[in-house]
Every structure is written in structure tokens, then in C-alpha cells.
Ligand binder design. Structure first.
Ligand SMILES: Nc1ncnc2c1ncn2[C@@H]1O[C@H](COP(=O)(O)O)[C@@H](O)[C@H]1OP(=O)(O)O
Ligand SMILES: [Mg+2]
Length: 902
């Protein structure tokens, strides 16, 4: 069928290329009637859009305009009373007569300045300008702008039951509803045999208007374009540019059904139709309807497939498919696809398996999944994309979904209240509100679901905009929801800093992923994000797009994938719905600790707990000092106690006795029976220690065998005098009266390069070794370390006999032993009874584990049983090795030894 002629007056102006002034072609001059003011006329240059009052001015202008392909437009008529412009004189005259009537019997429009000659014309004006869309067909309820359109609609559609007029072509079978269309058809198809030839190329057509279109598209210079200053977009007309500029303003049109907002009213009108079940363009084959005609046409293509039953080749018509099918030989066992190299098959089954492979021609380029229809493959591909996932802002971790329907399914199932509220809103706005809002399984139409999805998208956009892209996690939970979420103990409800996140992820990967695999991916040298991505890719998932997400977002997103694709643990998957990614990470790591602390041997667990508890006590010591209220109490001569001693001891004893109730714990300060205070309870255990391999000799130790000696603040005198680096927290673990493990925590230690971070914890375990510091070789010359605040003539006498190159006078037994361990001194000598079991138990255990030795001045080991007397009456003598220890013992005069043991 020939293409239908477009209705209305032709939009394009006839134009031809011109090479010289001679070739200038003008439309036939308009006869300007006397009563038309010349002021209203103008002649416009179509190249530079300059306007001229007279035609000859325009002709003169053409010479200077410099364009050799000029063409002229018809002069335009400007109405002096309003802003309307006319091309046709007739229209202009009609406009003046009907809308600017000057006679005495004119009727005024109450909405605008128009004056009409009579009521009918006024009614027409009202219909057209002020009552749009109010005329409807009483049979099909379609609405129209004008009354006349209803009549035309009746004639064309036959809604009122009257038989439609039909104009058939007598030569071919073409049928037309309008006589003029039939005449055009006859003229073009059957009478005029002539083809119109393009003068610039070989193109020819029977249809003259097609020739015009062709020459405009192919041979005219690019139409004048208007450029947007904001984004550089080019538009063909000034009007389109004005329209386009709206998008640089606010999204001022909001849909009251779903909250979607946009810049222009046209887009909003189109959007509103998405909420209407009955869309204007209906498919005659199925129940689908569409907003745009192009959508319907695309959809109809899907119905237009006729498939060969043998090779499933597709055809546009049934006839073509049937003819093709007939060409197949039913006994032929070859592949019917022409360009296939596999020709013969053993049997029909093999043949059909092979044919299926041909039919699944569309493969997803990400996962290789085959599809028979390209459209299905296209729908599938975005499931791999993480570019802009939709997010459920009602989950703490803002769970991401690639497909809208999955988000909807999730919200409907897990946030039923939210879903119902949105549904009620949509229905109330659309006027389909149900009287029983609490329907357990409401039937929800597709357009309602689309509206709810739009609302969810708008909500998540708003949140992301408000909070910035850095905060995607933790969205819109109601207070009630938040209360329902049980945050596991020790998991902070806040987001981790980037540094903390990286540290925790490293630990997580080392726990979850096989070491060999990690090393293959570049562990531990490559950045954590690279390794995480490789782990995810290795499991067939696609990592987050680095260009679209920040580093922290990528880390969190990829960790989520790690949990979903790599760990595949049901409980973790469940937790992802209720906790932030950071919380899940912390929870898993905590679980590892709990698991380790349940399975590790008692002595390892106790040491690990002691390290954590000593850290906490150190913080208490610092906090009390920074508050400045030390609460000093004099216990005896040169023996002080502060609030720091008391509080730190309370923390240590409460925390250890809570976890190890049968272990005997003896602290320096009075009140060992101090009640456990939850304020100071520390139940963490150091992970590094929990990972230690416990020697067989220590595995069988029971709680009852253990006595723990606690000096909550060794070097109290120094603490009160400001020699803070001398201060230590000591926890010594003894079994069968011997010190076998110990912790020396230095609350005021400053590591070089990280001066802001205070404190370090040194530990030692028999037959395992020491940790928390870098051991140093003993100094080349003999350096002795001794008391700073508890000296006396006997102590000085013992020092003199050592013939040392240097004597260091520092506070605390713990600090002095540290000096030995770090190679700052080689022997610790204190020939006085002031030290107690809690001062030496931990230092002795650590020194032993490092290969050193601590005894009394006589060379005897102290015993650390619970019933032992507390004071170390015969002084302290410690050295980094046996040799130096023996040397010191030999140097101490017998007279001095006798004096101390007396
Ligand atoms: N005469 C003393 N009276 C009380 N405590 C002493 C005495 N001599 C030593 N100590 C304790 O032994 C530790 C080591 O002694 P010094 O620092 O003199 O070398 C001291 O930190 C101190 O413990 P504390 O400070 O915990 O009271
Ligand atoms: Mg002490």
C-alpha cells in the first residue's frame, strides 16, 4: 500500500539549492490586500533569520549574506494585537475577524482578551483554548479537544453503530475511509506513472513529497542549530531550545501518584500514563497497552513471528513459514542451517540437540548464558551490572538489587508495612482505594507496582542526595525497626573508618580465603581492593565499578559479594538484611575470636585475655592521669596508692575472674574481694595470642592450678611524679608456683612515627617466646638498671660491686625488665626486700620466655603459690642470660647475702 498522505498543511517549505542570484526562486507573491497593514508583514532570510519589511530588501540582503544555497521563506504576518504569527493571509484574516472583532455586537471571552463576533465562535474559542479535553465520545469514552473532532471520530470509527463509509480502489484492493485519500492513491499509484528524479543524485520516487523530504535531508546544508549554553546541546529551533532549557532548572513537575519528578510537563504527562491501566495504544492480539505508538509497533513485532517447525527459522508471515517448511525433507538428518559445517547426524535426537544450539544464538557476553530471543538476552545482561543498583533503604545495609522487580519482591516480603503504605497511597491517588486496607495478599497490578518502584527509587535518590554518596548504608528504618535489630555485643553501630575497614578486611580475607589462593592474587603486597576483586571474580561474580563508586563503597560492595558468593553462609546472608556491612564484618571476626577462644588451650586463652585486660587497665591509668585527680593514699613509707591503682586492679580482677572463676587472682592493692564492676568488664581476647601454638607441656593446665599475680600500676611513685614511661601494668600467670606466662603493658609508650598512639603490650609464654616488642642484644659494656625511688646503702653497696660501666635508675620492676629485654641494660640489681610477688611474677615470666633469668640476690627462684608470702624479702637479681646472671651472683658479697636472708 502506498504511504498515506499526511494530514494538514505540509510542514516543510519547498526549497532548492541556488548557485547564483539568477537561480533565486520565490514563492508566488502574496497579494497583500488593502485592509492589511503593511506593518504586520515581514520577509525573512532563511539562512540568517534576518527579517525585512520589503521583499526587495530581502533580495538585496541575499547578495551580502554570503550564502550560495539560499532559499527564501514566505513572508510572515504578525498580528499587531497579540503574539500570533501567520504564514497564510487567509488564516491571519480569519484570526483578526474571529478573535479581535471590533464591531459593536462582539462577545468577550471571560478568560482572555479575545472578542468574537458571535456566541458560536466564542464557544469554539472556549472549546479550543479553555476547555481542552472535555468532549468525549458517548460510546467509547474517548475524549477530544473540539466538538467537531467527536463527529469526525464517529464517522471514522463507527462507534454509534452506523456502518462506516468505505472507499475502495477499483483497480487494486486498497480501501480508504476518506475519499480524498482514495483519490491520492489513484493519482499516485495508477494514473501518474511518472517518477520524480532528484536533480542532485540518482534518487527517484513516485511520490513528490518524498522527493522534497529526500532533498532536504540529503542535499540541504545542515539546518541552523541553536546551542544550549549550559550543556552544548544543539536544537533545530529556538522553541526546542527554550523547552530544553527547562531541564537546567528544577524538577518542578512531580507525579502525585509515585513522587517521580521531572523538568518538563510533556515528560510528566507521558509519565502519568504509566499509572493508567488502559494506555492509549492497545495491542489487538494480547492485552498489553502502550503509551507511545512506537512502543506498540515494537511490541507487535513480537507477535509477527512464524516459526518453521523443523528448523525453527523465523518468518514474518505464516505463508513464508509454511512454504519453507515444505522444503524440508523429513528423513534428512543433516543440519538445516545453510552456513553450518556439521552436516550429518546419527539420529533425530542428535540433530535436534544441534539445532537447539543454533537457536540459542544470543549469548550473554558476561556469563555466556544462551538465549533464543535477543530481547530475553538483553533483559538478562543488566543482571550482571552493578552500575546503579537499586537499593532498599529500609534495610540497615541498603541492600542492592539490580532488577526493580527483585527490589519490589524484597520490600513486599520483608517490609510489608512499607509496601502496604505505598500501595494505599498509589490507590488513593488513582481512586482505586480499597475499603479493607489490611488485605493480607492484595492483588497488585503492574502499573501499581511500577508506581511503588518509582516511589522507592525517589526515596533512595533523596537519601543519597541528602547524605552524600559516602553514606549509602543505613537508610530509612523506623525507630521500631531499629529497636528490633539486635546488634551483637561488641559490634559498634557506627561505620568503620577507611583505615579500620581495610584492616578488618585484611583479617577477614586471611580467615576466610585459602592462604595459597590469596598469595596467587598478590597477597600481602597488593592493595586489599585488588585482592578482594580477584577473589570475587574467581567466584564468577562481577566486582563493583571503580569509576562509579568511591574506594570505601567498592570495598563494602565487594565485601557484600564476598559474603554472598564466596562465604554462602545462611546466617550471614540473613544478617545482611538487618545489619550494616561493617557490622557483619566485625561480627564475623568476633565469631572467629569466640570460636578460637573456645577451642584454644586454657593457658593461651588466659594469656590472650590478660593482654586485652592489661590494655584496658592501661587506658584507665591514662584516663585518671588526664583527669588530674589521682586520689593518692600513703600505704606505708615510700609506698603509695592512687585511684589509678585501685581502678585498674578492679578492672583486671573483675574481668579475669568473670571468665576464669576458678583461677586464683592476687592483686597488689587491698580489696581483692572487690566486687566485679560491669563498668570495667573486658571480655575481649587478643587474637594474635589466641593463634599461638600451645606447647604440649602447657595444654593440660586447669584453672585450679593457676595463680595470677596482678600489679595494676607498677612504679606508682614514678606515676605520681610524672615519670610516666616507667609505669607498667603487670599480670603474671603462675602454675605450680612457677611463673609461666606474663604481660607487661606500658600505657605511656610512644612508638616512633606514631606518637599519637599511646601504649604497647609485651607478653611472654614459656616454651613459646615473647611478643609485642623488638628484642635487643645486651649492651657491649656492663649496664646495670636499678631502683629510682627505693634505694638504701645496701642497695648501693650491691651496685658498687658489679663494676658496671653505667647504672640506670628507673622506676618499676616491669620497666627494668623491659630494659633488659630491649638491650638497654644487662643486669637488674635490687638488694632490698621492698619488691612483692606481683612486681616480679609477670617480669620473670616474660624474661624467662626470652631466655633470661630472675632470682633473689642469693640466686634462688621465688615461688608464686597462692600461700607464699607476698614480699620478695631477699631482693631481685635479673639478667638477660645465665652467664650474666652467674656473674652478678658471684659479685654480690656473702656478707650482703647473709644480711638479706637473715
Ligand atoms: N620500699 C618499697 N615499698 C613499697 N614498694 C616497693 C618498695 N621497693 C620496691 N617496691 C615495689 O617494687 C617495684 C620496683 O621497685 P623500684 O621501682 O624501686 O625498683 C616498685 O615499683 C614498687 O612497686 P609499686 O611501684 O607497684 O608500689
Ligand atoms: Mg609494683
Amino acid at each position: 500500500m502506498p504511504p498515506k498522505r499526511k494530514r494538514g498543511r505540509p510542514r516543510h517549505k519547498l526549497s532548492q539549492p541556488l548557485n547564483s542570484r539568477k537561480n533565486l526562486v520565490f514563492e508566488k507573491d502574496i497579494e497583500v490586500s488593502e485592509n492589511l497593514s503593511k506593518e504586520v508583514m515581514e520577509y525573512i532570510c532563511s539562512y540568517c533569520k534576518k527579517s525585512f519589511k520589503k521583499r526587495q530588501y530581502l533580495i538585496a540582503h541575499v547578495n551580502s549574506c554570503g550564502n550560495d544555497t539560499l532559499h527564501e521563506e514566505k513572508p510572515k504576518l504578525h498580528c499587531p494585537k497579540c503574539t500570533k504569527v501567520f504564514v497564510f493571509k487567509k488564516s491571519y484574516k480569519k484570526h483578526v475577524e474571529n478573535e479581535h472583532y471590533e464591531g459593536p455586537d462582539g462577545v468577550c471571552c471571560e478568560h482572555c482578551s479575545v472578542i468574537c463576533p458571535n456566541k458560536e465562535i466564542l464557544q469554539d474559542h472556549l472549546d479550543k483554548k479553555h476547555n481542552s479535553g472535555t468532549y468525549s465520545c458517548q460510546f467509547c469514552t474517548q475524549t477530544f479537544v473540539r466538538r467537531a473532532h467527536v463527529t469526525r471520530h464517529m464517522l471514522q470509527k463507527g462507534c454509534d453503530g452506523r456502518k462506516l463509509r468505505e472507499f475502495s480502489c477499483g483497480i487494486c484492493s486498497a480501501k480508504f475511509s476518506r475519499k480524498d485519500n482514495l483519490l491520492v492513491h489513484l493519482r499516485l499509484q495508477h494514473i501518474m506513472n511518472k517518477r520524480f528524479q532528484c536533480k542532485m543524485c540518482d534518487f527517484s520516487t513516485k511520490n513528490f513529497s518524498k522527493l522534497i523530504l529526500h532533498s532536504q535531508r540529503m542535499h540541504l546544508p545542515k539546518p541552523l542549530q541553536y546551542e544550549c549554553d549550559h550543556c552544548g546541546k544543539l536544537t533545530k529551533s529556538r522553541g526546542s531550545l527554550t523547552k530544553h532549557l527547562e531541564i537546567h532548572g528544577d524538577k518542578k513537575y512531580a507525579c502525585e501518584v509515585c513522587g517521580y519528578s521531572t523538568y518538563t510537563i510533556e515528560v510528566m504527562r507521558r509519565h502519568t500514563l504509566t499509572h493508567v491501566e488502559d494506555k492509549p495504544y492497545k495491542c489487538s492480539i494480547c492485552s498489553n497497552s502502550f503509551i507511545q505508538k512506537a512502543q506498540l509497533l515494537r511490541h507487535l513485532n513480537q507477535h509477527m513471528e512464524f516459526v518453521c517447525n523443523i528448523c525453527s527459522k523465523r518468518f514474518k508471515t505464516r505463508e513464508e513459514a509454511t512454504i519453507h517448511e515444505g522444503q524440508h525433507d523429513p528423513n534428512d538428518l543433516s543440519c538445516p542451517f545453510e552456513d553450518c559445517t556439521e552436516k550429518k547426524f546419527e539420529d533425530e535426537e542428535h540433530q535436534s540437540i544441534h539445532i537447539k544450539e543454533h537457536l540459542q544464538a544470543f549469548k550473554c557476553e558476561v556469563c555466556g548464558k544462551p538465549f533464543e530471543k535477543e530481547i530475553n538476552m538483553r533483559r538478562h545482561v543488566p543482571t550482571h551490572a552493578l552500575d546503579r543498583p537499586r537499593r532498599c533503604m529500609y534495610c540497615v545495609n541498603a541492600r542492592a538489587y539490580v532488577r526493580g522487580e527483585h527490589l519490589l519482591r524484597h520490600v513486599r516480603k520483608h517490609h510489608a508495612d512499607v509496601f502496604m503504605q505505598r500501595l494505599m497511597h498509589v490507590r488513593s491517588v488513582l481512586g482505586s482505594y480499597v475499603t479493607t486496607p489490611r488485605v493480607t495478599t492484595p492483588r497488585v497490578s503492574k502499573s501499581e507496582l511500577d508506581a511503588i518502584l518509582n516511589m522507592l527509587d525517589a526515596e533512595s535518590d533523596r537519601i543519597i542526595e541528602d547524605y552524600g554518596t559516602g553514606v549509602l548504608y543505613g537508610g530509612l528504618q523506623d525507630i521500631n525497626d531499629q529497636m528490633e535489630i539486635e546488634i551483637p555485643k561488641n559490634e559498634p553501630n557506627t561505620l568503620l573508618s577507611e583505615e579500620e575497614l581495610v584492616e578488618n578486611l585484611k583479617e577477614l580475607l586471611s580467615k576466610l580465603i585459602d592462604q595459597e589462593l590469596l598469595e596467587a592474587f598478590g597477597w600481602p603486597d597488593k592493595p586489599i581492593e585488588d585482592i578482594l576483586e580477584k577473589v570475587i571474580e574467581n567466584c564468577g561474580a562481577r566486582p563493583a565499578d571503580r569509576e562509579k563508586w568511591s574506594r570505601v563503597q567498592c570495598l563494602r560492595e565487594n565485601t557484600k559479594h564476598l559474603f554472598i558468593y564466596v562465604v554462602e553462609d545462611k546466617n550471614i546472608a540473613k544478617m545482611l538484611g538487618t545489619h550494616t556491612i561493617d557490622q557483619v564484618i566485625m561480627h564475623i571476626l568476633q565469631q572467629f575470636i569466640v570460636k578460637m577462644s573456645q577451642t584454644a588451650p586454657l593457658i593461651v586463652r588466659l594469656l590472650a585475655s590478660s593482654v586485652s585486660v592489661a590494655n584496658r587497665a592501661g587506658k584507665i591509668v591514662r584516663d585518671i592521669m588526664s583527669k588530674g585527680e589521682l586520689g593518692i593514699v600513703e600505704k606505708g613509707k615510700d609506698d603509695y596508692q592512687t585511684e589509678a591503682d585501685r581502678s585498674a586492679q578492679r578492672c583486671i580482677i573483675a574481668s579475669l575472674s568473670e571468665q576464669y572463676p576458678k583461677v586464683r587472682i592476687i592483686g597488689e592493692e587491698d580489696g581483692n574481694e572487690i566486687q566485679s564492676s560491669h563498668e570495667f568488664l573486658e571480655t575481649d581476647a587478643d587474637k594474635e595470642i589466641l593463634n599461638l601454638e600451645c606447647p604440649a607441656s602447657l595444654k593440660g593446665i586447669k584453672e585450679e592450678d593457676i595463680v595470677v599475680w596482678v600489679d595494676p600500676l607498677d612504679g606508682t611513685a614514678e606515676y605520681t611524679q610524672g615519670f610516666l614511661e616507667h609505669v607498667t601494668v603487670l599480670i603474671g600467670i603462675s602454675v605450680n608456683e612457677k611463673p609461666i606466662a606474663g604481660v607487661i603493658h606500658q600505657p605511656y609508650f610512644k612508638a616512633v612515627g606514631s606518637e599519637n598512639k599511646l601504649g604497647r603490650t609485651i607478653w611472654g609464654l614459656k616454651d613459646v617466646g615473647v611478643g609485642g616488642f623488638t628484642p635487643g642484644n645486651p649492651p657491649e659494656s656492663l649496664i646495670i638498671t636499678t631502683t629510682r625511688s627505693h634505694s638504701n646503702p645496701v642497695v648501693e653497696n650491691a651496685l658498687q660491686v658489679m663494676k658496671a660501666a653505667q647504672v640506670l635508675r628507673v622506676g618499676g620492676a616491669g620497666y627494668k625488665v623491659l630494659q633488659l629485654l630491649e638491650g638497654k641494660a644487662s643486669i637488674y640489681v635490687f638488694a632490698s626486700p621492698g619488691c612483692k610477688k606481683w612486681d616480679t611474677c609477670a617480669p620473670e615470666a616474660v624474661l624467662n620466655a626470652a631466655g633470661g633469668k630472675l632470682t633473689d640476690i642469693l640466686g634462688n627462684f621465688y615461688k608464686y603459690g597462692a600461700s607464699e608470702s607476698r614480699p620478695n624479702k631477699t631482693g631481685v637479681l635479673a639478667a638477660v642470660n645465665d652467664e650474666l646472671h652467674s656473674y652478678a651472683i658471684q659479685r654480690i658479697p656473702q656478707e650482703l647475702k647473709d644480711k638479706l636472708s637473715a
